[in-house]
Design a protein around this ligand. Structure first.
Ligand SMILES: Cc1cc2nc3c(=O)[nH]c(=O)nc-3n(C[C@H](O)[C@H](O)[C@H](O)COP(=O)(O)OP(=O)(O)OC[C@H]3O[C@@H](n4cnc5c(N)ncnc54)[C@H](O)[C@@H]3O)c2cc1C
Length: 287
C-alpha cells in the first residue's frame, strides 16, 4: 500500500489525539512506526488516517512520582537504556532495551508501541511484567491496567480502539531486589527473540521473599511461569533450587515451531535461560 494515500494528523495533546481517534475512520495511532509502517507497506494493514504521537510532549520523559517510575509511551529504547533512574532501580530493563533491534531502530521505536503491538516475542513486556508494571490508557478518562492482564493474544490487548496508551508505571522495587533479562536471537542485531526470559528476585534475609519469572516468545502472550516462580518463595537460593525452577518453567511454556526455532529447541532454551536469569537476578539482589 502506498503511504501517499494516507492522511497524517499531528495532534499536540493527548486530548486532541483521543478526539481524532473518535472522529476518524480507518485510523491508527503512529508512534515510531517501526512495526506499523512495515505492516502498512506490506499490505497487512490498510488505513486512511494515521495519528502521529510525535508532537505530544505529555507522552515523553522518564521520572519518579509517588514511589513509582513513570515512563512516557513515546520514550524510546535508547532513552531507556541511557536513563540513570532505570539503571539505578531496574537495570535489566535497560538490558532488554539494549538487546532490541539495532541502534537506528532503538532511537525510533517506543515503549508504547512495543507493548501495544503485542507481538509475542517483544522484549520489553516480559521484564515489565516481572517488575509489576501497569499501563495508563486514556480515552478522555483514564484507567490503569496491570500488564499481567493487558495481553489477550498475539497482537491483541485490552486497549480499546478509542484509547491511547499514555504511560507505563513501575513500582520502585524494594531493597534486596534484582532483575534479569536473558534472550537468545539468531543474529546479534535486528533479530527477534527465539526465547526471552525475565526474572525478579527479592531477598528477605537469607531467603527469597518474592520472585517472578516471565517467558517471552513461547506462548501467545508473555507468560508468567507461576509454578516455577512460586517454588522459589520462602526458600534459600541454591543451584538445585534454580535447577528445579528452570525445569518447571520449561514445562509451563507452550512454544510453537517457526522460522526461528523448533518447539523442542525453544523448550530447552527456556530451561537454560531461566537458570541464567535467576543466577543474575540473585547476584544483583545481593549486591
Ligand atoms: C528491523 C526491526 C527489528 C526489530 N527488532 C526488535 C527486537 O529486537 N525486539 C523487539 O521487541 N521488537 C523489535 N522490532 C519491533 C519494533 O521495533 C518494536 O516493537 C517497537 O517497540 C514498536 O514501537 P513503535 O513506536 O515503532 O510502534 P509503531 O510501529 O508506531 O506502532 C505499533 C502498534 O502499536 C500501536 N501504538 C503505538 N503506540 C501506541 C500508543 N501510545 N497507544 C496505543 N497504541 C499504540 C500502533 O497503532 C500500532 O498498531 C523490530 C522491528 C524492526 C523493523
Amino acid at each position: 500500500m502506498s503511504l501517499s494515500n494516507i492522511r497524517l494528523h499531528r495532534p499536540q495533546s493527548i486530548t486532541e489525539a483521543v478526539n481524532l481517534l473518535g472522529e476518524l475512520e480507518d485510523v491508527r495511532l503512529l508512534a515510531g512506526g517501526t512495526d506499523l509502517l512495515v505492516d502498512i507497506k506490506q499490505g497487512l494493514i490498510r488505513v486512511k488516517n494515521l495519528i502521529s504521537l510525535q508532537d505530544i510532549e505529555e507522552l515523553r520523559g522518564i521520572g519518579e512520582e509517588q514511589g513509582k517510575i513513570r515512563v512516557g509511551a513515546m520514550v524510546t529504547p535508547h532513552q531507556i537504556l541511557s536513563s540513570s533512574l532505570i539503571n539505578q532501580h531496574i537495570q535489566a530493563l535497560a538490558d532488554a532495551a539494549r538487546s532490541m533491534a539495532s541502534s537506528q531502530t532503538r532511537t525510533l521505536a517506543t515503549i508504547g508501541g512495543n507493548i501495544a503491538s503485542a507481538v509475542p516475542s517483544a522484549d520489553l513486556p516480559p521484564l515489565l511484567m516481572v517488575a509489576d508494571a501497569s499501563v495508563i490508557l486514556d480515552c478522555g478518562t483514564s484507567r490503569e491496567v496491570s500488564l499481567s492482564v493487558f495481553f489477550t493474544g498475539p497482537r491483541a490487548t485490552v486497549c480499546g480502539p478509542g484509547e491511547v496508551l499514555t504511560s507505563v508505571c513501575l513500582p520502585l522495587p524494594p531493597p534486596g531486589t534484582g532483575f534479569s533479562y536473558k534472550k537468545l536471537t539468531l543474529r546479534e542485531a535486528n533479530a527477534l527473540a527465539v526465547v526471552g526470559v525475565a526474572s525478579r528476585i527479592t531477598m528477605s534475609g537469607e531467603k527469597i521473599g518474592n520472585a517472578a519469572i516471565v517467558l517471552g516468545a513461547v506462548a501467545p502472550t508473555p507468560l508468567l511461569a507461576r509454578k516455577a516462580s512460586d517454588l522459589l518463595i520462602g526458600k534459600e537460593p541454591s543451584e538445585s533450587l534454580f535447577d528445579e525452577s528452570a525445569s518447571l518453567a520449561k514445562k509451563e511454556g507452550s512454544p510453537v515451531s517457526d522460522i526461528r526455532g523448533s518447539a523442542w529447541y525453544r523448550q530447552e532454551l527456556i530451561q537454560v535461560l531461566t537458570h541464567r536469569a535467576l543466577d543474575e537476578a540473585l547476584s544483583r539482589a545481593r549486591s
